[in-house]
Design a protein around this ligand. Sequence first.
Ligand SMILES: C[S@@+](CC[C@H](N)C(=O)[O-])C[C@H]1O[C@@H](n2cnc3c(N)ncnc32)[C@H](O)[C@@H]1O
Length: 334
Amino acid sequence: MPHESPDIWAMADLATPFAIRTAATLRVPDVVKDGPIPLVEIAHRCKAEADPLGRVLRFLVHRGVFTEPEMDVFGPNDASNALCSDVPDGPQPWLDLDGAVGRADLAFVELIEQVRGHHPAYPAAFGRSFWEDLAHNPQLSDSFDSLMETKSYGLAPLIAAAHDWSAYSLIADVGGGKGVLLAEILGAHPQLRGILVDLLGPARNAAEYLREQGVQERAEVVTASFFDPLPIHADAAIVCDVLGDWDDQDATRILGHCAQAVAPDGRVLIIELLPDTSRMTLFTEMDLRIMIYVGGRMRDLDRTQRIAAAAGLTVEDFTPLDNGYAIIECRPER
Ligand SMILES: C[S@@+](CC[C@H](N)C(=O)[O-])C[C@H]1O[C@@H](n2cnc3c(N)ncnc32)[C@H](O)[C@@H]1O
């Protein structure tokens, strides 16, 4: 069958994504959700300048986002409503240029220099690494934790159901963020106790979240870096969506510290999105994004097995989940 070539001009356009992200960041979709409003009023409510905002909105009207029922009056349509900030699992928080990921996307201007081998993109765009940026900016850090929380709501129940947790009495979620996964597993398995390990900001939020979820009696939060030996011992250590953020050397160090933190017959459970033929668009996009944001990489099972082996771990089992993620069960070689 002849392959239809993609519309390169449409794919390479930068005006549309920037216009959409500007409108989403200013919350224009929220403001016009209930019906058309004069531009001056929209600009006032969005704390924006009316003239440039009107030009952005008119541009978007001609691309199918928003309506302009009369001159300088803008209203909603299905596309703009999809950008409202209260849409469950909606795109707004990911596109928000003041949020951690929307801002990180701006580092794509440095992609060419990273590919030329001149410098990594994010520090060139923002003057320090992604993680340093989060550490210095509570608003960015909170927005990142809340994006990870949203992502985890879909993933955590799959993980809690797919693995035999009855084999353990104490588990640790290393780089566990706000604790969505740990709370889900502890909620589903009342015999279990858990430790969440993360940096100061996420650890602080996790203590509150685990309390809200009613599992605080069986959960401990430990503030530590996974680049240092972990000050914990557990039957199993989970590393979910963490290794992709790091190059092979750093990922091996993290796994090595997890291996040392589990019992000799314990397990390290690596949970990552793996490539499969039906999801290569998503997988390669994630690979590019984490290369730009943090210098990390997505890995297939072979490459994950190699870094696990370098960290003293043998892959014992592999459980694919419905959404393309997999639980890769490793045992320490000692
Ligand atoms: C992509 S998020 C994944 C969070 C969580 N595991 C999940 O699946 O939603 C990576 C996590 O690693 C944490 N992290 C980054 N550097 C760390 C370090 N040096 N030590 C411990 N945690 C770290 C971040 O704070 C963040 O919570």
